[in-house]
Design a binder for this molecule. Structure first.
Ligand SMILES: Cc1cc2nc3c(=O)[nH]c(=O)nc-3n(C[C@H](O)[C@H](O)[C@H](O)COP(=O)(O)OP(=O)(O)OC[C@H]3O[C@@H](n4cnc5c(N)ncnc54)[C@H](O)[C@@H]3O)c2cc1C
Ligand code: SF4
Length: 332
């Protein structure tokens, strides 16, 4: 019998400096778990499905908190809460897309403690995996969702490889659309990667959603000012309006001049393991007027190549409609 609602034992560390957290990571390796707000982590522990030997509570590290403007954009500490992002004046004025996206996460309580680093790094919500079944993503040899009887209405339309789970994050597509960079630090140095390298699908690593290595900590997320003040649009459709993960969401940044779209970055969540950047749509939009006809063309193009499972075919028109609305209704 699996005993639930009771945490297994682990060693708890509460460092106040990144270097101390990294030293603990180095000594425990894969047996260590990094925890920020804990909204993803604690559920895993409570259900006794993940059992790390050491938990490193990062929340006391001041260096990883807060939002500051830099010469070429804005830097957001990975521990900055979703509420702080939603209410920050720099974000609201220049990068409203991110404020709009994180405002749609879960509930006010979760946004008060949940961090942007944790939101971008959170694990898949596939019910079979979360229940603790030994599927591919859990290191096993089967997928329970991609079967004729599998419950897969929340699963992927694109680029699945054995695992058909999707990214559940509302923050991540907005970060992709804003061309965010992720600052990953280990005791041997720092690397800064873009979204295409940070988020990983099952072809690259079926047991992780990001390329963060066990010995690394995501210390900050940088948003360049390239897209500051663009036309933005975020929309999420879920089964319930609050406290629910997206079935599909869309985040769009468009540079519009005299009614003509000069450039765009558009990403959808809930349709593949990583936030899906719609590069073909972005190409189509270059130099086009921002109107209903072009928006519909964008929506229809967005779903090209989609491969629905038994129960998630509804996501195709849903995604097309969201992209159409994003292109038609984005506002500066
Ligand atoms: C009931 C419920 C509803 C939810 N609804 C939504 C929703 O609608 N939309 C949405 O986007 N999310 C939703 N979530 C997820 C929630 O927003 C995220 O789990 C939360 O933002 C994660 O942040 P955290 O700081 O609590 O993460 P944690 O639980 O602390 O960490 C999450 C993961 O990220 C890793 N991690 C955290 N910080 C770092 C770091 N700095 N460096 C490296 N790794 C790190 C942890 O190891 C862990 O694997 C929901 C969660 C719950 C419980
Ligand atoms: S979709 Fe992925 S996470 Fe879900 S059961 Fe299949 S392999 Fe596991």
């Amino acid at each position: 019998m699996v005993v639930k609602d009771m945490m297994p034992n682990f060693e708890l560390f509460q460092p106040t400096q990144v270097k101390d957290a990294l030293a603990i990571l180095d000594s425990y390796g894969k047996d260590a778990w990094k925890m920020a707000g804990g909204y993803d982590s604690l559920v895993w522990f409570k259900e006794r499905i993940k059992r790390p030997k050491a938990v490193i509570d990062l929340s006391g590290i001041a260096e990883m908190q807060g939002i500051k403007e830099t010469a070429d954009g804005v830097e957001i500490g990975a521990l900055t809460t979703l509420t702080d992002i939603e209410n920050n004046s720099i974000i609201k004025t220049k990068y409203r897309l991110l404020a709009d996206a994180v405002a749609k996460v879960a509930s006010p309580q979760i946004r008060h403690a949940g961090t942007i680093g944790g939101n971008a790094s959170q694990d898949a919500r596939c019910l079979y995996y979360r229940y603790g079944l030994p599927c591919y993503r859990a290191g096993g040899t089967t997928c329970y969702a991609d079967t004729p009887e599998g419950i897969n209405r929340e699963h992927a339309l694109f680029e699945s490889d054995r695992c058909v789970a999707v990214t559940p994050s509302d923050g991540a597509p907005a970060l992709v659309a804003l061309d965010a960079k992720y600052v990953l630090r280990s005791s041997s140095g720092e690397r800064v990667v873009g979204s295409e390298e940070f988020y990983v699908g099952p072809k690259i690593d079926i047991t992780h959603m990001t390329s963060t290595k066990p010995e690394e900590i995501l210390v900050a997320i940088r948003i360049p000012n390239t897209w500051a003040g663009s036309h933005f649009y975020f929309e999420k459709v879920a089964d319930r309006n609050v406290w629910d993960f997206a079935l599909v969401n869309v985040a769009a940044a468009l540079k519009v001049q005299n009614g003509v779209i000069r450039e765009s970055r558009i990403a959808c969540g809930g349709v593949s393991a990583v936030p899906r950047r719609l590069t073909a749509v972005e190409e189509i939009l270059k130099g086009q007027p921002m109107n209903e006809t072009v928006a519909k063309l964008a929506g229809n193009s967005a779903t090209r190549g989609a491969r629905p499972l038994n129960y998630n075919g509804f996501k195709i028109p849903l995604m097309a409609n969201l992209v159409t609305r994003a292109v038609r209704d984005a506002k500066a």
